[in-house]
Design a protein around this ligand. Structure first.
Ligand code: HEC
Ligand SMILES: [Cu+2]
Length: 324
């Protein structure tokens, strides 16, 4: 029944299909092809279903004329056998042509941006690999320029995770002992969201990230900044950070903090989120994270710091925000 209620429900369900974490966005060449194929299959399948329903209705309820016409051998052979074979073969070929591999330009030597992403319980280590062999580490956020191929190398530090960035690149598992890759050719700038798509323990549902697709010049400027050591000049904040042992797990390049267990915090203040897509990277977000991160993201592997007093919280939050 096409009641108003079923239409309203359909609209609400479809509303969930757009937005920052949608497989219907198609912001890269390959993602948009998949969206295209999805619609062709959906609409084509809808028409065929309609045809079958109408013919079945006529065969069951129609007058004798319809029943007789539909029971002829030719109808069974042509509509029941020849047509399905022709339609399915056509769709298979169409799918092959549409999703052809070489349609995605991928210069394996030149301009492609390469990023190594390592899944950790429950955050993402993001390592930009520069053409000169050096690397720059970041976390929980992936930035790339549009109009150039991007190649991601996906590994895991512990259990199986799955890297899923629906608007651009599809989904690829991160498997212990293996290195997988995901390539895509981004065509649209914007901020989208990705999520771990393979259950990986306690805080799995809170293991997200943001992807920022930028114009090439803007991206280069960003990358140059990202490569640099911190320029924050806050001796009191830095002192509090080091005195509380934060530097044992986190690196802030340009300071004595060189830990590698947790996310690199050199430019954490300029990120869109902390805690892997959970809180904003602003004063309030850092404060909340430090005061009650085990409540906000239960079981995450940073030890609780409930001992921090108000002054220390304020100093640390101000320091972290300034790590731009
Ligand atoms: C034993 C290691 C360890 C220590 C010590 C530690 N952290 Fe962490 N920290 C982590 C881990 C692991 C995460 C990732 C948690 C997650 O999102 O699942 C993290 C996450 C964070 C984040 C969010 C980063 C991001 O990009 O999402 C901030 C900010 C942070 N820690 C600040 C601090 C501060 C400040 C201290 C000292 C008061 C500290 N940490 C001490 C391990 C540690
Ligand atoms: Cu997971």
């Amino acid at each position: 029944m096409r009641s108003p209620i079923s239409i309203i429900i359909a609209i609400i369900l479809l509303a969930g299909c757009s937005g920052e974490q949608s497989a219907f966005s198609g912001y890269s060449t390959n993602a948009s092809r998949i969206v295209h194929l999805t619609w062709v299959l959906f609409i084509g399948g809808g028409f065929l279903l309609l045809l079958v329903v109408v013919l079945t209705g006529l065969a069951l309820l129609g007058g004798g004329r319809f029943k007789q016409a539909l029971s002829r051998e030719g109808v069974v052979v042509w509509l029941g056998m020849v047509m399905p074979i022709a339609v399915l073969t056509g769709l298979l070929l169409y799918g092959f042509v549409l999703l052809r591999i070489e349609a995605m330009p991928m210069d394996t030597e030149g301009a492609a941006l390469r990023v190594h992403i390592e899944g950790e319980q429950w955050w993402w280590r993001v390592i930009y690999q520069h053409p000169d062999g050096t690397t720059t580490e970041s976390a929980n956020e992936l930035r790339f320029p549009v109009g150039q191929p991007v190649e991601l190398t996906l590994t895991t530090a512990d259990v199986i995770h799955s890297f899923w960035l629906p608007a651009y690149g599809g989904k690829v598992d991160m498997i212990p002992g293996r290195s997988n890759s995901l390539r895509f050719f981004p065509t649209q700038t914007g901020v989208t969201r990705g999520q771990c798509a393979e259950y990986c323990g306690g805080a799995h549902a809170l293991m997200a990230f943001y992807a920022v697709a930028m114009e090439p010049e803007e991206f280069q400027q960003w990358l140059e900044r990202e490569k640099q050591d911190t320029r924050a000049n806050d001796p009191a904040g830095e002192q509090t950070f080091l005195a509380n042992g934060c530097g044992g797990c986190h690196a802030v390049r340009g300071t004595p903090a060189t830990g590698v267990i947790g996310p690199d915090l050199t430019h954490v203040g300029s990120r869109l989120s902390i805690g892997a897509g959970i809180l904003a990277a602003d004063q309030a977000g850092f404060r909340q994270w430090l005061a009650r991160h085990q409540q906000i993201k239960p079981q995450n592997l940073m030890p609780p710091y409930e001992i921090l007093g108000e002054d220390e919280l304020a100093l640390l939050a101000a320091y972290l925000v300034a790590l731009e």
